[in-house]
Ligand binder design. Structure first.
Ligand SMILES: [Zn+2]
Length: 353
């Protein structure tokens, strides 16, 4: 049993097919892909249920399951912006999964344990306005998947966007390392070295998955990320997906770097933690058989994930870091502003950094 009061999961996905006028969509190529029914199953919904009740059903189920967790108190649920064309508009034909901010921001406010993680492709013509709107609507961070959204984080044209992010004190959670969940990717864009431009502008950057797989310039992505921690105190990383079968051994490798333990943030990568891909049995070569059996018997996916990460050496201190960064970040109604007029999401980070 953990002594820490609560843990915040900073990396939780949702999905949507457009049911209930959510504005979400999944491309026809992705819908035909084996991953589509797999993802719905791991979310604990069927396509028919979504058609009947709307895409918000996934959030309702996420919130309910989360409320049953003994250890994880709340989760940042992530929107997903799409690819943008040369005119700065959404390119629907090139976008595989789309979860708009207006839908997710509104839905998260219905649940006290779901926090809003916005997503904005910075190449949108109105990217800065969208950023301000997301902050007003209670976003606690901004999420990018550069290799899929066609964003080069090192593009100097993004400086203004980074400055605004920094002013709003919104952390940038951005995927690093190889990506395997989409049919079209450019993994060179997920090279951690490309994050220096945002870091130089003072943005709090959270490198998702600790760049734990793939190569760039012939070097392991993680080895390209680690030296940056010494240079940038505003660099963090999350430990989501590190227990997946295709990343065996990556979590202990990260944990050996004790000097960055205070920069590691808990993330689950829900719904993957609710699948065989993160079974404790894949780690049976590292943890004793009775422990693997005990962990496998835990019903709640977040509690199972926490138990597995503890068994693999994650400390309570590491698990408490996300709470320190996001404590007080409760979903705020549109008009709920602090005394100085700043949206609630901004004030929180003002205290931390
Ligand atoms: Zn993810």
């Amino acid at each position: 049993m953990l002594s820490s009061p609560a843990i915040i999961d900073i990396h939780c996905h949702t999905a949507g097919i457009g049911a209930g006028a959510s504005g979400c969509f999944v491309s026809s190529a992705m819908r035909r892909n084996v991953r589509f029914p797999f993802f719905l199953k791991t979310f604990g919904v069927s396509e028919r249920e979504l058609q009947q009740h709307g895409d918000s059903l996934i959030l309702e189920r996420l919130s309910l399951r989360l409320s049953e967790s003994q250890h994880v108190s709340s989760a940042v649920v992530l929107a997903m912006d799409g690819v943008v064309n040369a005119h700065g508009d959404l390119d629907e034909a090139a976008t595989e999964i789309y979860i708009p901010n207006y839908f997710l921001g509104r839905e998260c406010r219905n649940y006290s344990n779901l926090l809003f993680g916005a997503s904005i492709n910075p190449h949108r013509l109105d990217a800065l306005e969208r950023l301000d709107k997301a902050a007003e609507d209670g976003a606690v961070l901004l999420k990018w998947l550069p290799s899929v959204q066609g964003i080069n984080p090192a593009d100097v044209r993004l400086k203004q966007f980074y400055r605004r992010l920094q002013e709003l004190k919104l952390p940038l959670l951005t995927h690093t390392g190889g990506e395997e969940s989409f049919t079209r990717v450019d993994n060179s864009l997920a090279d951690p070295i490309r994050l220096q431009c945002a870091l130089d502008e003072g943005v709090t950057v959270i490198a998702a998955h600790c760049a734990s797989n793939g190569l760039n310039a012939g070097q392991k992505n993680m080895d390209r990320l680690l030296p940056l921690f010494k240079v940038y105190p505003n660099l963090y990383t999350d430990i989501s997906s590190l227990t997946q079968v295709n990343r065996l051994g990556h979590l202990p490798k990260v944990l050996r770097h004790v000097d960055i333990h205070d920069r590691l943030l808990y993330g689950s990568d829900m719904p993957i933690i609710n699948s065989f891909l993160t079974s404790p049995w894949w780690h049976a070569y590292r943890i004793p058989f009775p422990a693997a059996r005990r962990i496998a018997s835990i019903k709640n996916p977040w509690d199972r994930n926490i138990a597995l990460k503890l068994a693999l050496g994650v400390t309570e201190e590491v698990l408490s870091n996300s709470w320190k960064m996001f404590a007080g970040a409760t979903p705020a109604p549109f008009d709920l502003c602090s005394a100085n007029g700043a949206p609630a999401g901004q004030q929180i980070f003002g205290e931390v950094y």
